[in-house]
Design a protein around this ligand. Structure first.
Ligand code: SF4
Length: 327
């Protein structure tokens, strides 16, 4: 078994009280049944508080949200459960966040979530697509079609080699990615073998991303800030200096997930849409990236609405996305 992870993965440390956002703000924290049982059985004041704030609906346990955040959050920015019982007493969600784990049976990819400000700092500072690989001994079996997975890994490797060495502009990189995605999906669906496309020629001016903003207003919205940004006039997409790092992150996280439904083009369009939105909302790119991930990437309904939307919403089609890329 091989385990792959970006170099920054091991550098992550929660900055707790210094965090400008916090993972328990605005989100409902799901609690795994084992931890919920432990919390509900605790004696004393902590147990009484937990019994009053944990909800149990349709067999699932969760924390209520009070004043926009988890009720166990304290004024000093620390979690009361962690402060009184230690890190190991946290539920699985809080213990693992912002770490990602994609287990394909005979190999695993690890990463960090862009929605955490400290993880976002590490992700956006990274300038290589190389992953560190360690081996684990044991008998592990692939949980996917080996040939299709080899195709996906090799195609992603080809794009990452280009990404790490190219001097193309961010818009050219995104257009190349879109063209490559169209060719790869065609090959995946039985067409001719895909090559990394030639550098695209882009128009000097782009169309407005306003229809994209209007579409995002139809999705579930978590924070007042995102709602306000979507209502404000978008600036013409201005791709940030960190575009390469963003593309690297979105492709590392989503590309191989294609093995579950064979929709590679949808995921590539998702990456392009994410970069356009991050470059079009009127706040610094670092905050925009973190907010986009919190609002869209970590909301399964929103993520799948976008993946489906690539095929059933003209605003999200590859043709429309090309129109938003310019020199
Ligand atoms: S969002 Fe990240 S840095 Fe902030 S409290 Fe959560 S894990 Fe720590």
């Amino acid at each position: 078994m091989q385990v792959f992870y970006p170099a920054y993965y091991k550098d992550f440390h929660c900055i707790a009280a210094d965090c400008p956002d916090s993972c328990c703000k605005e989100w409902t924290v799901d609690i795994d049944p084992e931890t919920a049982g432990y919390y509900l059985s605790l004696p004393g004041s902590l147990g009484d508080t937990l019994r009053s704030v944990i909800t149990h609906e349709d067999g699932a346990f969760a924390m209520t949200i009070q004043n926009g955040r988890c009720p166990m959050w304290q004024q000093d920015g620390l979690c009361r459960i962690q402060a009184e019982l230690g890190h190991d007493a946290l539920c699985e969600t809080c213990r693992e966040f912002p770490r990602l784990r994609h287990d394909y049976g005979d190999f695993i990819e690890l990463g960090l979530e862009l929605s955490c400000p400290e993880a976002a700092r590490l992700i956006l500072e990274c300038d290589t697509s190389d992953l560190i690989c360690i081996s684990q001994v044991g008998n592990f079996q692939p949980e996917y079609d080996k040939q299709d997975m080899a195709f996906l890994r090799s195609a992603r490797e080809t794009f990452f080699s280009y990404l790490d060495t190219t001097e193309d502009t961010p818009a050219e990189i995104l257009a190349t990615l879109l063209n490559y995605g169209i060719a790869l999906q065609r090959q995946f669906d039985g067409g001719t073998p895909a090559q990394l496309p030639e550098k695209p020629v882009l128009p000097k001016a782009a169309v407005s991303p306003a229809p994209l903003f209007a579409y995002f207003e139809t999705l579930e919205i978590l924070t007042p800030q995102w709602k306000k940004l979507l209502k404000s006039p978008p600036k013409q997409a201005c791709f940030p200096a960190q575009t390469k790092a963003l593309v690297r992150y979105f492709l590392q996280r989503h590309w191989l997930q294609t093995i579950s439904d064979y929709d590679l083009l949808g995921r590539i369009c998702f990456c392009v849409i994410a970069c356009i939105m991050i470059g079009s909302v009127d706040i610094p790119a670092f905050r925009a990236a973190q907010l986009f991930s919190k609002e869209i990437e970590n909301n399964t309904e929103n993520l799948y609405a976008l993946l489906d939307g690539v095929y059933n919403q003209s605003t999200l089609s590859p043709e429309q996305l090309f129109g938003l890329l310019y020199q």
